[in-house]
Design a protein. Structure first.
Ligand code: HEM
Length: 474
């Protein structure tokens, strides 16, 4: 028999002053009295559900709620559970010491992020979060937004009417430049910053590797694995050079790296170079890929929905009158903001995440889950539940008009609870400014051809696609 998950029914807000993406209230589904635990059908001998999970990850995961609320999978040698019901996701994310960072996705991600904020165990999380939170205070956003606005303007300055661009690549370049400058504004001190290529290789490598049910395959000396290891080493070298240059100069550049260098815990201890390195890589990778993917998906959705696009143009022309968007414009751009919210519903970049049952057996939704088990939760799965989001396939930014606070555990593009994204406001600010400034001047029309599909990996990003740029008449 199910008992209501412990906790007060709400997620703690650990964002401390970050301005959130809109948080809509959605129709509340009646809470079942008993949550159903089941094993997904279709397991193959030895491989279990791994082939279906790897070949068609999105369809496979989105189909799981039809089988139960807590669904057991066999992924090669690994047993995993997927929390399909919002109440169970809420319990999973609220009890962050019972369900710690780890499991299928994060054990592999640790290889790259080290013990940075996103991968560190619960035992060290509070200390890290308190040290890093000042970098994400609300007062810092206008400064970051000013850097972003410059980078957005710089990225689109060379665009020409009729030019064809690779949209995801262009959005990656833009967000890498903006994120890198917010992190280390004075990077010219450390010489040129060739982060772009290394970041791209590392990001793709991580996304692919974390979804590999047979981790041994990641160690085979293929050219791809070599490239990935080299890019990781290059990225580490770049951040080490930056840390050394900043330490030597001793100047406060009012950026994230300066904050990390100045951070002190209650005992007056600072972060070691190794810890700062892990945080830099975490912020670069966690912040840039997610925002780039959001932007790329937004262009595909706007291209496919001319009526929303026209209303967006009206909003932008009225508010901005042809100039680039600034931080202070955001409250006057509600439709642009809702477009970002709805894009994140349909295509949450961090679409699947994992936890591990940390210390002894646990009880999830009334069912025993063994110590060490991987529990997965998927914002994509939740956002594609018809009982939570009526007309779930429709790109409808106005669904967020009337409802302003979601039922906990339903809309989770930034996760929830103590491990909720620390950079949510940075990411949504950057996406909103970029859409506003770019759509003020340009329409992006994807070249017809194959449908635009997401890559297969832990990050839901579109496969490369091209679009023609058309300058908007003024
Ligand atoms: C649209 C943009 C973004 C999306 C969709 C996104 C998504 C997420 C999600 C889902 C989590 C929770 C992971 C979990 O439950 O295991 C997370 C955590 C995190 N994100 Fe983001 N993120 C975005 C932007 C950013 C930015 C811009 C930064 C930094 C500059 C950032 C840094 C982090 C960090 C450090 C964590 C770990 C927080 C903790 O455990 O305390 N993210 N993000």
């Amino acid at each position: 028999m199910f008992t209501q998950p412990p906790g007060d029914g709400r997620f703690a807000d650990h964002g401390q002053g970050s301005c959130r993406s809109p948080t809509p209230t959605l129709k509340v589904t009646p809470v079942p009295t008993q949550y159903i635990l089941t094993t997904a059908p279709g397991a193959l001998p030895l491989l279990g559900h791994a082939p279906a999970f790897v070949r068609r990850p999105y369809e496979f995961v989105a189909g799981l709620p039809a089988h139960g609320d807590l669904v057991r999978l066999r992924l090669g040698p690994l047993d995993a559970y997927v929390a399909c019901h919002p109440d169970l996701v809420r319990q999973l994310l609220t009890e962050h010491r019972v369900y710690d960072k780890g499991g299928l996705i994060f054990d592999r991600a640790r290889e790259v992020f080290g013990d940075g904020l996103i991968t560190c165990p619960a035992s060290d999380h509070r200390r890290q979060r308190r040290l890093l939170q000042p970098a994400f205070h609300r007062e810092r956003l206008p400064g970051y937004a000013a850097i972003m606005a410059e980078e957005i303007a710089g990225a689109i300055a060379p665009w020409r009417n009729g030019q064809v661009i690779d949209v995801p690549a262009a959005m990656h370049r833009l967000t890498i430049a903006a994120t890198a400058r917010c992190l280390f504004a004075a990077h010219e001190q450390a010489g040129s910053l060739p982060v772009h290529d290394s970041m791209n290789i590392v990001i793709k490598g991580v996304a692919r590797r974390v979804m590999m049910p047979l981790p041994g395959l990641n160690r085979i000396p293929t050219p791809g694995n070599h490239r990935y290891q080299r890019a990781r080493a290059d990225l580490a070298e770049i951040t080490r050079r930056l840390i050394a240059a900043y330490r030597a100069a001793g100047t406060d550049h009012h950026d994230l790296l300066s904050i990390l260098l100045a951070a002190r815990d209650d005992d007056g201890r600072g972060l070691s170079d190794e810890e700062i390195h892990d945080q830099m890589v975490t912020f670069l990778l966690a912040g840039m890929e997610t925002t780039a993917a959001t932007l790329s998906w937004a262009w595909t959705l706007l291209a496919a929905h001319p009526s929303v696009r026209e209303r967006l143009h009206t909003e932008l022309d009225t508010v901005l009158d042809g100039r680039p968007a600034r931080h202070e414009d955001l409250p006057a751009l509600p439709l642009t903001t809702r477009i970002v919210t709805e894009t994140l519903r349909l295509y949450p970049p961090a679409w699947i995440l994992s936890r591990v049952v940390a210390d002894g057996d646990a009880e999830l939704g009334g069912h025993r889950v063994p110590a060490g088990a991987t529990i997965l939760y998927s914002p994509y799965l939740l956002h594609r539940r018809a009982d939570l989001f009526p007309a779930l396939d429709r790109f409808d930014p106005d669904r967020w008009l009337t409802n302003s606070r979601p039922t906990p555990g339903t809309y989770t593009p930034f996760g929830a609870g103590a491990r909720r994204c620390i950079g949510d406001a940075v990411g949504t600010t950057e996406a909103t400014l970029a859409i506003a400034t770019i759509a003020t001047h340009w329409s992006l029309t994807p070249i017809p051809g194959r449908p635009i599909r997401p890559t297969r990996g832990s990050s839901m990003t579109p496969r490369p696609f091209t679009a023609t740029l058309t300058r908007r008449p003024r």
